[in-house]
Structures are given as C-alpha cells and as structure tokens.
Design a protein around this ligand. Structure first.
Ligand code: SF4
Ligand code: SF4
Length: 256
C-alpha cells in the first residue's frame, strides 16, 4: 500500500502539504532530494509551489517515458532487439516495459549521474508506476503490446536500417576519392572504385540533398585531382574577389 492510500485523499500535513510521491524501487536519490529542496523552498516562501502531477509525483521528473531517453531507443527504432540479457540491442523482447513507463533514470543516472537500468543493461520492470509489480509481471517476458509496436518496428526498421547503411557507406568516403575513383591517401585499404549501384544511389541522393541549396558535391568535382592540389588553380573559383564577412557585398582584392 502506498502512503497516499494509507493516509487518504484529503490528507494534508500541518503546513498544508499533501503526500508527495517520489516513486521507484528504490527511488533515484537525486529525484528525492530535488523534490524535497523544491518543497522546502516553497514552504519558506521563496519559490512557487512545485508542479506535481495527478498522482502527486514531481511532474518535471515523471512526465516522460523512460523509452524516450533510453540509450537503446535507436535500436528499437531500427527494429533490432536483444535475445538475451547482456546483448547491446533494445531489451523489449526480453521484458522491457520502458515505452509505457514514466521514469527519468536514464537521463538522470542512478548514482552520481551514472548508471540506470538500460544504461547498465537491465530491462524496465515499471517500478515507478502505481501498478507495479502486478501489472508488470511476469518479469522478463515481452509486454503484450510490444508484439504490435515491435513487429512494426522490425518491418519498418529493417528497411530504414538498410537505407541508412547505404548513406553511411557513402559518408565514409571522401568526395575526392569518388571523383578520382581511387584512394590515394593513407586510407589505402578503403576501396577505390565504387559499385555501380552505389553510384546510382549517390546520384539520386545528392539530387535530393542539394535541391534548393548550394551543391558542394558538384563544386568539389572542380577540385584538382591528387598530385595537383593547389587550390588557387581550382576551376570556377575567382580568388581576386572576396565575400564580405557579413555577406553584404563582394569586394575585389585591390579594395581590400
Ligand atoms: S530497452 Fe526498453 S526503454 Fe530502451 S529502447 Fe528498448 S524498449 Fe525502450
Ligand atoms: S525499472 Fe523502469 S521504472 Fe524502475 S527505475 Fe528502472 S527504468 Fe525506471
């Protein structure tokens, strides 16, 4: 039984304060001391009444789900899930209730701003929620709702993940390597020639990327190839003219 259940809905302390709930098993220490400090400042008349939610929790601490700030949320979005404790991926299939649990442990940290359930590899079992533990058991079993959201994530995330890998593959290459079809630098183990599929992807990707803005990729093509890297010989660049720092006008070298 919670203290609020025990004392009743109308309970007020001698100074008129209702029960304040800082939930958790155990609560994050910083949540507790912060709530207490806010309350004491209010009672001393030097700060407004802190914002509590309808369950008497400090609203600023418990308004977000733990899932939103979880370091594994990117895995969830890409539909990659852990199969057993200790795996690095999202833990929803081994019993994490984070998407529906209000808790700030991952951004605040458990002790000294460090650790916290998912940071340490643990699934959320909903210990800050009034329904804990009954509504979150059996522990370490996938929540029923995750069959829908996790399933959708697997389908959608699988496609998104592959598209992102393609962008990543392109981003791991210097534009000069693409132009020269060669890797003439210390990164010699990188592949010189790109696959035809990569070239087609890059073409359409750049079309979208630079639509309505300056196409640096096209400008880079005018860069001199290796062994003639003197930037002053770069085609299409007039080095006798300079853009004013504020971008208000173009001045000639003589004027400067
Ligand atoms: S581990 Fe839990 S809280 Fe983190 S992303 Fe997965 S489901 Fe969400
Ligand atoms: S089990 Fe869930 S609700 Fe409890 S502290 Fe960990 S993340 Fe927060």
């Amino acid at each position: 039984m919670g203290l609020m259940d025990y004392l009743g809905v109308d309970y007020r302390s001698a100074r008129g304060v209702p029960v304040v709930n800082v939930p958790g098993c155990a609560p994050v220490g910083d949540n507790f001391t912060e709530a207490l400090a806010e309350l004491l400042q209010y009672l001393e008349g030097i700060a407004p009444l802190p914002d509590f939610d309808e369950l008497g929790r400090p609203a600023w601490q418990f308004e977000q789900t733990v899932h939103r700030h979880c370091p594994k949320a990117g895995y969830y979005e890409e539909g990659v899930f852990a199969e057993e404790p200790g795996d690095t991926e999202c833990l929803v299939e081994i019993g994490c209730w984070g998407p529906v649990v209000q808790c700030n442990i991952v951004e605040r940290g458990a002790v000294n701003h460090m650790g916290g359930c998912m940071v340490a590899g643990g699934a959320c079992i909903g210990c800050t929620m009034p329904g804990f533990p009954d509504k979150y058991s059996p522990f370490y079993k996938a929540p029923p709702g995750s069959a829908i959201s996790g399933g959708i994530s697997k389908v959608y995330g699988g496609g998104i993940r592959r598209l992102r890998r393609m962008s990543m593959k392109s981003g791991n290459r210097e534009p000069m390597w693409d132009n020269a079809e060669n890797v003439p630098t210390g990164w010699g183990r990188a592949k010189g020639k790109r696959d035809p599929v990569d070239k087609v992807n890059a073409y359409f990707y750049k079309k979208l990327q630079y639509r309505g803005s300056v196409n640096h990729a096209a400008r880079n093509k005018k860069q001199p190839l290796p062994q003639s890297r003197d930037i002053l010989t770069q085609k299409g660049v007039d080095h006798t003219r300079h853009v004013d720092v504020l971008g208000e006008r173009i001045r000639s070298r003589e004027e400067i």
